[in-house]
Design a protein. Sequence first.
Length: 77
Amino acid sequence: MAQKIHISTARQMLNSRDPVDITLWTRRGEIQHYTNCVSLKYDYYNGTRNIKLLNSGEIRRVRDVCIFEINGCEVFL
């Protein structure tokens, strides 16, 4: 059984700026898996954050509530 963590713990993991692997839902309902990424900036009012993919250098904007897995741990609200 996979370990489960609260979204507040997930936010702390992302804010630590250590590389993490995340899995999330996109706006279209697709599942995306990002490996080796770090959080750059968090927008409290919109609930979004900028994620930098270290392998390719791309920067993506994701919603925190759409993240359902970090480093193999299931995230719950």
